[in-house]
Design a binder for this molecule. Structure first.
Ligand code: GDP
Length: 425
C-alpha cells in the first residue's frame, strides 16, 4: 500500500513528525520533490533533528529511504546530514538515490543568492538553497542527472556548453566571478564518489516493492499553497507539492497511491513573502510564535521567525481538496491550550463579498479574513491518547474545523514526539 503524507497549507505542518510516526509500520519512505530548502523537525529517542534532504524514515533500522527522481539533490548536504545522524548515535540509515534525480550544482546556490540580492525588496524570500535555479535548469533541459556523472566525456562537454550561458549572466547581469568548467568537473567527480554506492533505478525498485506488498510512504515537502500550479503563484516553490506529483517524483503508477494523508496545522504559519489572509501581528503573533511547534515557530533551515495566523478554513479546505485528501492529520493542537478564545478564519471578504472558495493570487491579495471565535480549553492536552479524553471545547474545535474543511480528521497530534498521536475514527 502506498500512502502520501503531504501538507495542506504553507509548509511546516508537522509532516516530518507524522512520517516518523507512520514509518514504524512502513518499509520504504520516499522523498519525491523539493530539496534542502525546507526542513522537517523530528523529535525521537535519539534527540531532535532537522532533516532537509533525508526522508523522515531514517530513524528506523527496518526502513529503506529513497531519494526519488523528483528531488533537487544536494549531494554534500545529503552526506553531511547522514554523518550528523550517525554522530548522534542513529544507526546508519539505508538510503538509495535515483539515477534520474538531478543534482543541485554549486552555481544554483550562487544564482539563487545573486538573484534575491538583485530583486532586493521584491525578492521571494528564498532560502537560497538553489531550488529555483535548479528547477529552471531542469525544465530548460540543462540540468544534470545523477546518471550523467558516470559518462565523463559527455559530462565535460555538457558542462562547457552550459557554462557559456551561465557566465554571460554572471558577467553582465550579476557582475560576479565567472565559473570554470575544470573546477566544476572536479567537484562533480567528488560528488560521484560520494553518491555512487547508493545510486540505482529507484522507480524499478519501488515497482517491485509494490508487487511484493510493501508499505510505502511518499513524503511531501512544503504544502498545497506552495504548489507552482495550485498555490499562491508566484510566491510558491519550484516543484509540485501535491500527492499527485508523488507518482511522478517517485516513478510509480498514480493509481497505487491509495491514501493521501494531508497534514493540517491547528493554526497557521508561513515563511517567505505572499498573501496570508489570516495573519496576525504584534504581541498576539509573538506569543503564538514562541509557544508554537516545538520550541517556537522558527524556520528549520534558516532560523527565520515564521509569520503567524489563525487557522484558515478557506485555505485548508482548498489545500485538502487539491491534495486529493483521504485523511487529515491535525497537528500541534496542544499549542492552542493557552488561549481563552480561539479565532478561526471561516471566509474571505473580497470586494465586499464573502466567499469560502480559495481565489487566485490577484484576488487573494485583496481578501480580508472573516473570523469566528471558539472557546478555548485552557489545559495542557499533551499525553492524552484517546479522543474521548480530550476536553469538550477541544473536541468542539476539531469538529468545527472538520466540518469547514470537509475532510475527515483521523489523526490528532498533541505533541512533537512520535507517540503524541490520537487515532480517531
Ligand atoms: P514539516 O516540515 O511539515 O515536517 O514541519 P516542521 O518540522 O517544519 O514544523 C513542525 C514543528 O512542529 C516541529 O518543530 C515539530 O517538532 C513540531 N510538532 C509537530 N507536531 C507537533 C505537535 O503536535 N505539537 C507540538 N507542540 N509540536 C509539534
Amino acid at each position: 500500500m502506498v500512502k502520501a503524507i503531504v501538507g495542506a497549507n504553507w509548509g511546516d505542518e508537522g509532516k516530518g513528525k507524522i512520517t516518523d510516526t507512520l514509518a514504524k509500520e512502513s518499509d520504504i519512505i520516499v522523498r519525491f520533490q523539493g530539496g534542502a530548502n525546507a526542513g522537517h523537525t523530528i523529535v525521537n529517542d535519539y534527540g531532535k533533528f532537522a532533516l532537509h534532504t533525508l526522508p523522515s524514515g531514517v530513524f528506523y533500522e527496518h526502513t529503506t529511504n529513497v531519494i526519488g527522481n523528483g528531488v533537487a539533490l544536494d549531494i554534500p548536504k545529503l552526506f553531511s546530514e547522514m554523518e550528523d545522524l550517525v554522530a548522534k548515535g542513529v544507526p546508519k540509515p539505508k538510503i538509495i538515490v535515483s539515477n534520474r534525480a538531478q543534482i543541485v550544482m554549486p552555481y544554483h546556490v550562487l544564482f539563487d543568492t545573486y538573484e534575491e540580492a538583485r530583486l532586493a525588496g521584491k525578492s521571494f524570500g528564498s532560502t537560497k538553497s538553489g531550488i529555483a535555479p535548479f528547477y529552471s535548469d531542469k525544465y530548460a533541459k540543462i540540468g544534470f542527472q545523477v546518471s550523467e556523472l558516470f559518462d565523463e566525456d559527455a559530462l565535460k562537454e555538457k558542462l562547457e556548453r552550459v557554462l557559456i550561458q551561465k557566465n554571460v549572466l554572471l558577467e553582465h547581469l550579476y557582475h560576479q566571478p565567472l565559473l570554470n568548467a575544470e573546477e566544476l568537473f572536479a567537484t562533480l567527480m567528488e560528488y560521484k564518489s560520494m553518491v555512487e554506492p547508493y545510486v540505482c533505478d529507484t522507480s524499478a525498485y519501488l515497482y517491485q516493492a509494490i508487487q511484493d506488498g510493501k508499505n510505502i510512504l511518499l513524503e511531501g515537502q512544503l504544502g498545497s499553497l506552495k504548489d507552482p500550479d495550485h498555490g499562491i503563484y508566484p510566491m510558491v516553490t519550484s516543484s509540485s507539492t501535491l500527492a499527485g506529483y508523488g507518482a511522478i517524483g517517485a516513478g510509480i503508477p498514480p493509481y497505487e497511491i491509495q491514501k493521501v494523508i494531508t497534514v493540517c496545522k491547528a493554526y497557521s504559519s508561513a515563511v517567505g513573502a505572499g498573501a496570508f489572509v489570516s495573519e496576525i501581528f504584534g504581541a498576539e503573533a509573538e506569543e503564538l510564535r514562541n509557544r508554537g511547534g516545538d520550541g517556537g515557530e522558527y524556520g528549520a533551515t534558516t532560523g527565520r521567525p515564521r509569520r503567524m495566523g489563525w487557522f484558515d478554513c478557506v485555505a485548508s479546505r482548498y489545500g485538502c481538496r487539491i491534495q486529493g485528501t483521504t485523511d487529515v492529520a491535525f497537528t500541534v493542537l496542544d499549542v492552542l491550550g493557552y488561549l481563552d478564545e480561539i479565532p478561526v478564519c471561516v471566509g474571505y471578504e473580497i470586494d465586499g463579498k464573502v466567499t469560502t472558495d480559495f481565489p487566485t493570487t490577484t484576488l487573494l491579495e485583496r481578501a480580508k479574513p472573516v473570523l469566528e471565535t471558539l472557546p478555548g480549553w485552557k489545559t495542557d492536552i499533551r499525553g492524552i491518547r484517546t479522543y474521548e479524553e480530550l476536553p469538550e471545547n477541544c473536541r468542539h474545535y476539531i469538529e468545527f474545523v472538520e466540518r469547514h474543511i470537509g475532510f475527515p480528521i483521523t489523526m490528532i497530534s498533541n505533541g512533537p514526539g512520535r507517540d503524541d498521536i490520537i487515532m480517531r475514527g
